[in-house]
Design a protein around this ligand. Sequence first.
Ligand code: FAD
Length: 439
Amino acid sequence: MAKMVKNRSKVHYDTVVCGGGPAGIAAAAASAKSGCRTILIERFGRLGGMGTNGLVNQFKVPENPPGVAELFSSVSGRENDCELLDVAYAEMVSGSGAELLLHSPVCDVITEQCGDITVLTGVRVGTFSGFLDIIGERFVDATGDGTVAFLSGAEFEIGRESDSLVQPATIMFRVSGVDHSRSMEANGGRGQYRFPEGSWDHVTMAACRRGELPPNVGKVRTYMAERKEDRYVNATQVNSIDGTDAFDLTRAEIEGRRQVPVIMAFLKKHAPGFETAFVSRMPATIGIRETRRFRGMAYLTREDCMKGRRWPDAVVTGCRKPLDVHNPVGPGQAGKVSADHPAGKDPRPRPYDIPYRALVPKDTDGLLLAGRCISGDHHAHASYRFQRICMATGAAAGYAAAESLSQNVQPRSLDVKPVQNMLGLDGRKKRCDSGDIQQ
Ligand SMILES: Cc1cc2nc3c(=O)[nH]c(=O)nc-3n(C[C@H](O)[C@H](O)[C@H](O)COP(=O)(O)OP(=O)(O)OC[C@H]3O[C@@H](n4cnc5c(N)ncnc54)[C@H](O)[C@@H]3O)c2cc1C
């Protein structure tokens, strides 16, 4: 059982990790394993972030580097199964010695000013018995949206350089009752299966034109699930929303969920094996792909990814997930949407590094970034937002929080070599991820 914090108005920890998604779980476990008194704070009632509450079931835990794989050893091997993942994550957190506080959104911060630098000293969480101040020496912002960094006044960017538009939001859902033997997945896969119209993407776009699908649903992706007769469906799409604005989020939840029965009717009519299928699970929250990216001491660009840039302070290596940008203004993927053919390959980077300094906000002390809110541009983010890479940045941030306390320096002044050693990055070329699944 994970240890729970008793209700008090103020508590103290060495490391306070905010956000219990893939990045935060890794950060909390790494910090606690390094001997720091650590708490993991999560706004929902279960761990896992998008991977559980958003039904984003497509991921594998990292096999490399060893310092990350070891943290996830009790979870590894899981793929396509997000049903009990939160239980495994809770075991992993409690096994590391970290404490856990669920149902507790961070809604404010406590800071001090030191010249141009803001020093974060505490976060305020809302609980059902009032506010609780959690004071710490080091904080890891793994909220996805970078809420702690934002409330601390850290500089951030959002969306594309040209117009600040972000990738669309999606309600993932699960379908049951599929006749697997007749499905595309069992007969050559979605890419190879042929229809009179051509590919599955052609079928989808034609339905879009006929008004059978919402106009911005250009792709209907069906993913294998834990059971053969189930699929997770990644298809609903809500454009032009700010995932940090509650009014936009409300609109997106309503619109995304409204699209589900329409897509279900399309699948039953056109997808082989789906004739008697039905929606068996909806997510707790809409899936948000992209919000704030904070300016760090280093900044990862599209070019860095495409050229496979190596950094001396690398804390994640061998990242090679595609730069998977979903179209911020219409159907399909950005940059290669034509009327008939929304498919195509996303740019595949050469294996690139993530430098430690991309986890260190340039204007805030006491704070490290982890997961999808780290420092990089819109296109680099489209690759490092994959869960495996988020886990790896989380582990790096957790070890760095602990090591900065032991070196008695702020994260910005940390000698990163001991962290690289803890992660098992010994200079040899290692891969932390693979695959090209579209998200
Ligand atoms: C539709 C969709 C499909 C995707 N497909 C894939 C895929 O196929 N493969 C893949 O690897 N990745 C995929 N992704 C991307 C991936 O899910 C995310 O980028 C990844 O989960 C980000 O991890 P994170 O830990 O940074 O944030 P999150 O997973 O978002 O976790 C953040 C956690 O912080 C909590 N939190 C937020 N604010 C607060 C607060 N104020 N106080 C306390 N807690 C808070 C949240 O509840 C959440 O638990 C997809 C994303 C979407 C939306």
